[in-house]
Design a protein around this ligand. Structure first.
Ligand code: PTJ
Length: 288
């Protein structure tokens, strides 16, 4: 691994890159995983490399679903195994989820290596080596384990391929994904799409468990029922637009409009109310 100084302004991003490269070298990650990471990085730039509030909301609902599920499964691919192996094991443990290695560019060697990697971080059981072609897809991409993803009621599939996400969503299961691209088919077909970097999303989810685990089932369902995935995706696009405008203004030396203070908001509301009353009076006069 290249030695990245901790004070480098792009430390987190460069470290993630190093982890993916190391994943390829150790035979965990596919070479295609490198380009997937690059695409993710580009979208993360547009978001300002931060967890936006709507993504945090989706992360909360994702944890609620994992806690409510009878058979939650966390799917692990080569990118996830390279970036956040320890965190995946932790989240599975905290939410009682089963871990299953589920690859797009599937080879038995890579599946076994990822299983061993997750076990190194404390996973007692990892599925994936006995997968059968059970999804409605052609060839290797159809393979999942009968007792794992195939029979899960909630499946968490970070960085999933669009076709496979659709195949899962069409089965009787709720599909949660993490994808920095709100326009991807995966983000658009999953039931809960977390538009955040996997490295931030998984840590947020782990941190959310202790509070959410104290809630009753009906309180957890309240979160789920109020959730609207289309709004979440639309909000991510809006955040990207706003962030780009901010950056554009910075380049042009234009000061971005400041957020109004609570007093200013109150004043604006009063004025709007006055205007409405005036218009109503005007309409009444016209009627007379
Ligand atoms: O290990 P395998 O064989 O299962 O292959 C895994 C990859 C990711 C290579 C495979 O599933 C693939 O080709 O995926 P795609 O179609 O490139 O989609 C990956 C999506 O994840 C893209 O929309 C990226 O923007 C997004 N992405 C990449 N890195 C991150 C990410 N989203 C969140 N966090 C990331 N770190």
């Amino acid at each position: 691994m290249t030695d990245i100084p901790k004070n480098h302004p792009r430390y987190e991003s460069l470290m993630a890159r190093e982890k993916i490269v190391s994943g390829v070298e150790r035979g965990l990650t596919s070479r295609q995983g490198l380009t997937a990471q690059g695409r993710g990085e580009a979208f993360d730039y547009l978001l300002g490399e931060k967890t936006i509030p709507s993504a945090y909301h989706a992360e909360t609902v994702a944890v609620c679903l994992l806690l409510l599920a009878e058979k939650p499964v966390i799917s692990v691919n080569g990118n996830a195994a390279a970036l956040v192996p320890k965190e995946l094991v932790k989240l599975a443990e905290l939410t009682g989820s089963v871990l299953e290695v589920n690859l797009f560019h599937r080879t038995p060697e890579r599946v076994s290596k990822i299983v061993a990697e997750l076990k190194k971080y404390g996973a007692s059981c990892v599925l994936g080596e006995n997968a059968e072609p059970l999804l409605n897809l052609d060839h290797e991409r159809a393979k999942v384990e009968r007792n794992g993803i195939f029979s899960a009621d909630v499946v968490f599939v970070p960085l999933e391929d669009g076709d496979r996400c659709k195949a899962l969503a069409e089965m009787e299961k709720l599909v949660v994904t993490v994808d920095l691209n709100p326009l991807s088919r995966t983000a658009q077909t999953a039931h809960v799409s977390i538009v955040d970097n996997l490295t931030r999303a998984i840590q947020n989810m782990i941190d959310l468990v202790p509070d959410l685990v104290l809630l009753s089932e009906s309180e957890l369902w309240d979160f789920v029922e109020q959730y609207d995935n289309k709004m979440i995706l639309a909000d991510a696009l809006e955040e990207m637009k706003e962030h780009l405008t901010e950056k554009q203004n910075e380049l042009m030396g234009i000061e971005s409009p400041k957020e109004p203070t609570p007093e200013e908001i109150e004043e604006m509301e009063k004025r709007a109310e006055k205007r409405k009353n005036l218009m109503m009076r005007g309409a009444d006069l016209m009627m007379e």
